[in-house]
Structure formats: C-alpha cells, structure tokens
Design a protein around this ligand. Structure first.
Ligand code: A2P
Length: 269
C-alpha cells in the first residue's frame, strides 16, 4: 500500500435527523406543542412514535414522542409536557423557531390502523399528552375510509389542559381539504376531572356508567363493531384495558390485529 492512499475512515450514519423548529405554541405552564421540518426520507404511519431530543453536552438526549402530525404532512408536530427539572423537557420548552432538534430515523408503535380488525366506530381514548398520536390519526383520511365514526376523547384535570379543543372541535370539521371527509363523523369528547365542565369525570368512569355513550348517542361498547386505541398515563392504560377486557375486546398488534391497541404517553422527564 502506498503512503498517499486515503485513510479508511468509518463513517457512521447518525441515528438522528436534524430538523429545524418551525413554530412553538405554549398552551399552559405545563404543556406546549411545536412543529419541525421533515426530512423527505422520513417515513411513518399516523399514530407512531419516534425518538426526539436535543443535543446536550455534545450528546443526543432523546425521549420517545408520539408524532402528532399526520403521515401525509410535510411537517412534524409534537405535543409535550414540561416537567420542572426534567432533563429533556426543561430544555425543550425553551426551543424557538430556527433551533435544531434531533428526530430518530425510525418510527414505530402499536397505535396504527393495521393493528386493528375492521370495525364501524373507532374510539380514541386519551388522557393528557396521550392525545398526541390521535391528533395524527384524526387528520389522516385513511381513518375515515376504514371507520364510519371516529370518537376522540381527551381526559384532563382542567379545561386549560384541553389544548387542541379548537382544532378538533372547530378547525378540522371546517378544513378545506379534510372537512368534507370528516363531516359529522368525527366526535370530540373532552372531559375534565378537577373543575366544572360540560363533561366531567374520568373516561373510564364515563364508560362504565354509560354516560359517554348516552352523550354521543352511541350504543355501549361492542367488540363486534367498535375498535379502540388507548394512550395516556400508566394508571389510565391499566384501567381502560381492564374495562375493555371485561367486555370481551381482544388486544391487537401488527402481527395479530385485534379489537384494541394501547400505548403509554411516554414523556415524563
Ligand atoms: P384525576 O384528576 O381524577 O386523577 P394526569 O394529569 O395525572 O396525567 O391526569 C390526566 C387525566 O387522567 C386526569 O383527568 C385524571 O383524572 C385522569 N386519570 C388519571 N388516572 C386515571 C385512571 N386510572 N383512569 C382514568 N382516568 C385517569
């Protein structure tokens, strides 16, 4: 080998794409959303999550985040809590348009349409930032091709926490592209547990009492017709899953589609 040959340098492809923040919206002291650019090569299915983070001290600091934008969109959107002293979110909450965030190259997750058997009504049950994957799905035309009705619940402590109320309740049904498809078929059911509101109480209790179904004019849960996705805090997942299992629903996955699928609202730091 001659001395002037180029040295062999192992080039490692980073597991992260660098995306630019395009907007930031702070809903409350504890909740915010932001948008980023999307690498044209980045693929995902509506409802999936990805590793997202910042470079801190020269190293990636990532957490799993559900993607809140639909798979057809050329931007990515995320919905996050702000945890005081949380290693990632205490930094992430300071991002501004133009800043760079790291987005993992590979999306994954169980809250995808292909993990469910065909059905008539799709229930999307969420608490807190567990709404995020459903913000992706309810903006995906595929959902309305597969289901006659889509019911999205969002359970929060206070009315101020119902971040996407205007988007879901008003903007989407009036959207020039999606509005016609959505029409009356998207039902938004926000509920609040720690102050007065038109819907009050935990989602699980509203299901058990039948109040949810009475309010939206639907028959009670039926595994022959209804499909369910669940996303939120660990206690909510446990209790909501128990409610479904008691009614004969079977958990699904991509390998074996079923009547319901479940995923944690990940970010807690
Ligand atoms: P609650 O106020 O009765 O605890 P958090 O902010 O703690 O994640 O809670 C978000 C929402 O989820 C709150 O309305 C909370 O109600 C509700 N929640 C918490 N645990 C459960 C559970 N096990 N089943 C149903 N809802 C729950």
């Amino acid at each position: 080998m001659t001395g002037d040959a180029a040295p062999l340098v192992a080039t490692r492809v980073s597991p992260f794409l660098q995306e630019r923040v395009t907007w930031v919206r702070h809903w409350t002291d504890a909740l915010f959303s932001f948008g980023t650019t999307r690498d044209p090569g980045f693929r995902f299915s509506s409802g999936q999550f990805v590793m997202l983070g910042l470079e801190v001290d020269g190293r990636p600091l990532p957490r799993a985040y559900s993607i809140a934008s639909p798979s057809w969109s050329n931007e990515l959107e995320f919905y996050s809590i702000k945890v005081a002293n949380g290693p990632l979110t205490s930094r992430l909450k300071l991002i501004q348009p133009g800043d760079t965030v790291l987005v993992g190259r590979k999306a994954t997750g169980t809250l995808v349409l292909d993990a469910l058997r065909p059905g008539r009504t799709l229930y999307l049950l969420s608490t807190g930032t567990g709404l995020a994957p459903f913000l992706s799905l309810i903006r995906d035309p595929d959902v309305y091709e597969r289901f006659a009705r889509v019911v999205v619940t969002h359970g929060c402590r206070t009315v101020a926490d119902l971040s996407y109320a205007a988007l879901i309740g008003e903007d989407l049904p009036a959207d020039p592209d999606l509005g016609e498809l959505i029409g009356e078929r998207l039902i938004y059911y926000p509920t609040v547990t720690r102050e007065d509101f038109r819907n009050a109480g935990r989602i699980t209790d509203l299901i058990e009492s039948g109040r949810l179904f009475a309010d939206i004019g639907a028959p009670a849960f039926d595994p022959a017709a209804d499909r369910v996705m669940i996303c939120g805090g660990p206690a909510f997942l446990r209790d909501a899953k128990a409610v479904l299992l008691a009614r004969g629903f079977e958990e699904g996955s991509l390998a074996s589609p079923g009547d319901f699928v479940i995923e944690r609202a990940f970010v807690d730091s």
